[in-house]
Design a binder for this molecule. Structure first.
Ligand SMILES: Cc1ncc(COP(=O)(O)O)c(C=O)c1O
Length: 388
């Protein structure tokens, strides 16, 4: 699809990815392939809905009405085969915001919270900021694919964990968890009375023929023990519009969460986020399926090309547009590895160590860009490895 081939100049748009290159990588000529947004335009229907809304010219307080809620209910039913009720929805400017709220609303200071490392950096911050304690269940690399150490998982739960922040699909390792894996985790959480907070922001971005499953969709008991965080922001490149939602079937838990939103002074979605969310979920399916094909072809390209021309290894993944690259063959410590990519290869990736100690030999690459940009980034890396 042409929309995924066009190169757009994003400089001077207040883009975190493109307008912070000099600040972050100390040089203007670094190609940014880091923060998780895309260099693609949103679907035409989303852009048109925003233009139409802007033409009205009045941006007063906005309600999240039944029509917006129905678009979410239908989307989750169609894409993830989970039938939710609209009253289970709570709205939030971002998934990270919801994680902060959920931790405060449903756990106590000193409680221990489990995460599976390496993992999305704010998970650490969300726990530490509220004086809760991190417990790690490190993921295990088996034949180039990450899996879960269930013995360790259970052992940690037995030690008195209060909540588990699941990353599903997983950023940065790219796993779309299977029904068996999810069931096993959920049942252990039920057995040991551990609340599940499931971050499913990447749920729409499984590769073709891979199906994301919401952990809460597996049974009523699991649903009653879960908060699921979702958003159209990764899927349709709407992060700057700040619209996300939590799905909490358990009424008591939902009330506690919503109370927390209320006492922070938060109410509703912004006008443009509301508009974009509904348009994306109503008209975005074809665009999304095109995107998933492109992302898979980009992933395959990066993997084949890097592994053919260098000793870098690309972790086997099932989805997301974040590629987890094993750079241990370069024999550099975390600091020098990061420097190698920004100073020698001139590509701005995320340092793996930011996702936990386990990631110190890795770099994370964002492949959600036109092929031309992707090839430029990959060629720069290959060249730098050869010159090393
Ligand atoms: C797992 C995960 N959760 C949350 C976010 C950010 O969500 P938001 O912008 O809605 O706070 C990201 C962005 O990269 C992510 O990868």
């Amino acid at each position: 699809m042409e929309i995924f081939e066009t190169v757009h100049d994003r400089k001077n748009t207040r883009s975190v990815k493109w307008d912070m290159v000099k600040d972050l990588f100390q040089s203007e000529d670094v190609l940014p392939m880091w923060v998780a947004d895309m260099d693609f335009q949103a679907p035409d229907a989303v852009n048109q809905a925003l233009i139409d809304r802007a033409k009205h010219g009045i941006y007063g307080y906005t309600i999240v009405d039944d029509s917006v809620k129905s678009s979410i209910v239908n989307w989750i039913s169609k894409r993830h085969h989970w039938n939710i009720k609209s009253e289970w929805l709570s709205f939030s400017p971002g998934v990270v915001t919801t994680l902060h709220m959920a931790i405060q609303a449903l756990t106590e200071p000193e409680d221990t919270i489990l995460i599976q490392t390496p993992v999305y950096t704010p998970f650490y911050k969300v726990i530490e900021a509220h004086n809760r304690t991190i417990v790690k269940n490190p993921l295990v690399l088996e034949e180039n694919r990450y899996t879960i150490d269930f013995d360790d998982f259970e052992e940690k739960l037995k030690q008195g964990v209060k909540a588990f922040i699941l990353c599903s699909p997983h950023n940065p390792v790219g796993r779309v968890w299977t029904s068996d894996e999810l069931k096993k985790m959920a049942e252990l959480c039920l057995e040991h009375n551990v609340l599940i907070i499931s971050d499913e922001i990447h749920s729409d971005l499984s590769f073709p023929n891979k199906q994301h499953i919401s952990i809460a969709s597996l049974s009523d008991d699991i649903a009653n023990n879960s908060i699921t965080c979702m958003s159209p922001s990764k899927t349709f490149n709407l992060a700057g519009l700040q619209a996300s939602y939590a799905i909490t079937p358990n009424q008591e838990m939902r009330k506690k969460l919503e109370h927390y939103f209320l006492i922070q002074g938060f109410h509703g979605l912004n006008t443009m986020g509301n508009t974009a969310l509904e348009a994306a979920y109503t008209y975005g399916e074809e665009w999304l399926d095109g995107l998933r094909n492109i992302l898979y072809s980009h992933y395959t390209y990066v993997k084949e090309k890097l592994e053919k021309h260098t000793d870098l290894r690309v972790t086997d993944a099932d989805g997301t547009y974040l590629v987890w690259i094993d750079c241990s063959s370069l024999k550099l410590d975390a600091k020098n590895l990061n420097k190698f990519f920004s100073e020698k290869a001139k590509v701005g990736l995320n340092a793996g160590v930011d996702y936990g100690e386990e990631g110190k030999q890795y770099m994370r690459m964002n492949i959600a860009c036109p092929r031309e940009t992707l090839e430029e980034g990959v060629n720069r890396i290959i060249q730098a490895v050869h010159n090393n």
